[in-house]
Ligand binder design. Structure first.
Ligand code: ADP
Ligand code: MG
Length: 338
């Protein structure tokens, strides 16, 4: 992921808060960023961000593993190094023919606009998924999570993971991830949704989902309830739809009809460095606690903690010396501070 500030103007037709896939007209943007701006290179990928944060918040050695595709190049090596440094085991499908995916992150007034050039990331191979090593990780996982970006190229892999989770009554979680996925990848999204025990998204994605799925309401709680009520494969678990709204309260609607609303802790505007990776970090903190058997409120608290910490830093990074101590738990060691 490369990040530059300030951004070029809107010659590239970009919107604040949005995330899109690069089209031919966007390709010169990458060269322009490097040529005209001071660019920071930060390990990213929405799912890998969440997994790194989950490992940090969980704290247990070897808790989290990540599966995905990279190129056999320096950026691929950087991604692996970033994951290993945070204690995440990687199972990369390494391609000689495609470079590692990159994402231009343009930040303006603390809002981000993402332009992803998926490259190797959209060539995750069936043979890698079916390999013994990958299947071993999938089989052993208590929680499997994928951001929605995987829908653009490998939704069959998401369905296979969802089926495994349903058969074993383990947890499958996914993310709406971007408005364009709700609009242009509806078929793939609806193939995966029946397996989702947790669906994450932000308010913009919830609105896009509603608009493209005949949900008349514009109210986040009503939209979350409608997604929670969609058909579900594993009826032994309810579905929880968790919608974050930046500084506003997080709403979780569950298929049993309950709604949990948790206020987001305020962070002074001047302390926010950039909100890129906020949603990814929320998911990491949330799922780390779910994997420990925590309830929804405790999981949302951990999500808020992780996201609140990350947005006060550059990119999706965190101070790994900070240990998360859930409210009410004995603080045996370092205290949790955002
Ligand atoms: P996304 O990155 O998907 O747009 P959100 O903007 O909804 O996700 O943010 C996810 C989480 O990050 C929020 O639930 C909150 O914990 C934290 N967060 C984001 N923006 C702010 C903010 N301005 N003030 C406080 N917390 C924030
Ligand atoms: Mg946001």
């Amino acid at each position: 992921m490369c990040r530059a500030t300030p951004p070029p103007n809107c010659r590239y037709d970009l919107k604040a808060g949005n995330a899109i896939l690069a089209e031919a007209k966007h390709l010169p943007l990458y060269e322009e960023l490097v040529a005209k701006h001071k660019v920071d290179y930060i390990a990213g990928g929405a799912t890998q961000n969440s997994i790194r944060v989950a490992q940090w918040i969980h704290g247990g050695k070897g808790f989290a593993a990540y599966i995905g595709a990279v190129g056999k190049d320096a950026y691929g090596a950087d991604l692996k190094a970033a994951a290993s440094a945070d204690g995440v085991t990687t199972y990369y499908d390494e391609h000689a023919d495609f470079p590692t995916g990159t994402c231009a992150v343009l930040i303006h007034d603390r809002e981000r606009s993402l332009v992803a050039n998926l490259a190797a990331a959209e060539h995750y191979s069936k043979s890698h998924f079916e390999s013994d090593a990958t299947q071993g990780v999938v089989k052993g996982a208590k929680v499997i999570y994928s951001a929605g970006f995987f829908l653009t190229h490998s939704h069959e892999v998401m369905v296979a993971c969802g089926k495994k989770a349903a058969a074993d009554n383990t947890i499958y979680a996914m993310n709406l991830s971007a408005p364009f996925l709700c609009q242009f990848f509806k078929t793939q999204m609806h193939a995966v949704l029946p397996f989702a025990d947790f669906v994450f998204g932000n308010e913009t994605e919830a609105a896009a989902f509603a608009e493209n799925n005949g949900i008349a309401s514009t109210d986040v709680e009503e939209i979350a309830k409608a997604i929670a009520a969609l058909p579900k494969e594993n009826t032994a678990r309810p579905r929880h739809v968790v919608i974050t709204q930046g500084a506003k309260a997080t709403v979780c609607a569950s298929s049993d009809g309950t709604v949990t609303v948790v206020a987001t802790p305020a962070i002074p505007k001047e302390s926010i460095v950039d909100t890129n990776g906020a949603g990814d970090s929320f998911v990491g903190g949330f799922l780390a606690m779910i994997s420990k058997g925590a309830d929804l409120k405790a999981a949302i608290d951990a999500g808020h903690f992780a996201a609140g910490h990350v947005i006060q830093r550059d990119g999706c990074t965190f101070d790994s010396s900070v240990k998360y101590v859930p409210a009410g738990a004995p603080a045996g060691g370092a205290a949790a501070t955002a």
